[in-house]
Ligand binder design. Structure first.
Ligand SMILES: NC(=O)c1ccc[n+]([C@@H]2O[C@H](COP(=O)([O-])OP(=O)(O)OC[C@H]3O[C@@H](n4cnc5c(N)ncnc54)[C@H](O)[C@@H]3O)[C@@H](O)[C@H]2O)c1
Length: 263
């Protein structure tokens, strides 16, 4: 197992309700299958508990905690719980990200409040979670920080809050990698492309487009197999980057996009 005896914090390990599995939940399940003790934090505690129930049903270890990344005390408490229970934090996986749900819009329509909320949740949350795990990782002289950005950071994307915060997540990752290599800490960022997850699909269905049409329109844009990826594709990338197999990789931005970034 790739993550045996590791402690992994998954921030945003619940999921948007829907027919498929979300990136954060799939990552939490895969990390647990690979031997990690997983702490699932989410502002939706019921959803975090669902993830934990799925992990426990497979016979693995996980804990669910309520956590809103807008609240620094809650982040500190989340990290402290993992430290109290296991004595270490080996992996921080920053998965939280919102777009349409946060009132994101084109620049001509964006409100200051909506833009602030996007920054607070998509960027500041990752900054604060990283801030609170770094002292423990530095003391241990090892650790892995994984941030989830989006291909929207590299490709044209119409909504200004998501575009700019996801681009900033790449800069945050590079800075975390550069400033912490001397402590044996690695930081990498994943850029999912078009994924068949509830976050991406249900939001568009709820805006009135039939599900089959949403799926077909997204599928046909993907070079590899003309099909969206699944949350498991993101989870497997995260597992590799979290594991010792990626021990010489830091500061990298990994697209998981079926080739979308190169067309
Ligand atoms: N699904 C895609 O197609 C796609 C594409 C590119 C990037 N991404 C990125 O992947 C990540 C999420 O994917 P997912 O499928 O797991 O989404 P998801 O919506 O299913 O899960 C995200 C979780 O974050 C939680 N959350 C939201 N705001 C929070 C807050 N303030 N504090 C704590 N938790 C909060 C939600 O309750 C949810 O459970 C995001 O960073 C997103 O930008 C997704």
């Amino acid at each position: 197992m790739d993550l045996e005896n590791k402690t992994a914090l998954i921030v945003g390990g619940g999921q948007t309700p829907g027919e498929t599995i979300g990136n954060g939940r799939a990552t939490a399940i895969l990390f647990a299958r690979e031997g990690a003790t997983v702490f699932v934090g989410d502002k939706d505690l019921a959803s975090a508990r669902e993830t934990v129930a799925m992990i426990e049903a497979e016979g693995f270890l996980a804990h669910a905690l309520a956590l809103d990344v807008r609240n620094e005390d809650a982040i500190a408490g989340f990290v402290k719980t993992a430290m109290d229970e296991t004595g270490k934090v080996d992996i921080l996986h920053n998965n939280v990200g919102i777009s349409i749900a946060g009132g994101d819009a084109r620049i001509e329509d964006i409100t200051p409040d909506a833009f602030d909320l996007l920054v607070e949740i998509n960027l500041r949350g990752m900054v604060l979670a990283t801030k609170h795990v770094l002292p423990h990782m530095r003391a241990a002289e090892s650790g892995v920080v994984l941030n989830v950005s989006s291909l929207a950071a590299w490709k044209p994307y119409p909504l200004v809050g998501y575009k700019t915060t996801k681009a900033a997540v790449i800069a945050l990752t590079e800075q975390t990698a550069a400033m912490n290599a001397r402590y044996g800490i690695r930081a990498n960022v994943i850029l999912p492309g078009l994924m068949n997850t509830p976050m991406a699909v249900e939001a568009r269905v709820s805006q009135g487009t039939p599900r089959d049409q949403v799926v077909a329109e997204r599928d046909k844009q993907v070079p590899l197999g003309r099909k969206m990826g699944s949350a498991w594709d993101v989870a497997h990338a995260a597992l590799f980057l979290a594991s010792d197999k990626a021990g010489y990789i830091t500061g990298a931005a990994l697209p998981v996009d079926g080739g979308l970034s190169v067309v």
